[in-house]
Design a protein around this ligand. Sequence first.
Ligand code: NAP
Length: 278
Amino acid sequence: MYQIIDGKKIAQEIKEELREKVAAWKEQGKHFCLAVIQVGNDPASSVYVGNKKKACAYIGIDSLSYELSEETSQQELLELVEKLNVDDKVNGILVQLPLPKQIDEHKIIQAIAPDKDVDGFHEKNVGALCVGSKGYVSCTPLGIIQLLKRSKVEIEGKNCVVIGRSNIVGKPMALLLLRENGTVTVCHSRTQNIKEITKQADILIVAVGKPQFIDDSYVKEGAVVIDVGIHRDANNKLCGDVDFEKVAPHTSAITPVPGGVGPMTIAMLMYNCVQNAM
Ligand code: NAP
């Protein structure tokens, strides 16, 4: 029988731990504030931003909300980021992605002060992860490491395969698994004989961005499978990059969608905000 890795429960545990710490630190006069910027009113972004603000309120972090119009220019957004960079009351800055097409996302991310970049997307933080020094780490992969550790999944010495090499999931995921002494392989759209590689995985992390792409033919018997994907299926039901029904019986542990990786991303954003204020 396989274990369902309960991301909702683990995320709640982390939020409770943070809430207690924040309350204690506030008594010592410390202050926590996250600035959240949304440009335009993409419905999915509005849901994510709303959830982030709710999590801040729960933990005791103040949130400053900036809702800018879809027509905002790159210069206007850069000016706001600059203002927040030098505002001592603000510990963390989050610009919700994607941004409208007139704005260069890379330019905006690089404009955020690295010590306020709670998403961990700035090149300085990515570089720090690469060389093993202190810095902010992208929340989704950071959350996956917590899911594995708190579910007592050993990473050290294990064959870890990551499908996907995006800057926000696949690449930092591979670096974090390496930091935990896993033996790491990264697959992508040009990988040949991908099943031969994924069938070697003790831990398979799927961030391919394609609904129910991974079935049991990709998975070694008894592997741990982490599904990063979020999609709507033909019946408008949430599903992941993994075909859960087909894959789960062949695993020792697996994350569901919803209730797996998703809740961890917000919990780790809160973790990053709190680290920043310390
Ligand atoms: P992405 O930027 O689209 O990257 C997808 C990766 O998959 C790319 O590296 C791509 O390879 C690779 N790929 C595509 N087709 C492939 C194939 N047939 N075989 C092997 N590799 C293939 O996506 P992302 O931002 O990393 O996100 C991945 C998924 O996670 C999405 O469903 C996204 O919605 C979800 N997500 C969830 C959370 C959460 O909090 N739960 C957070 C972030 C993302 P190339 O590089 O060669 O193109």
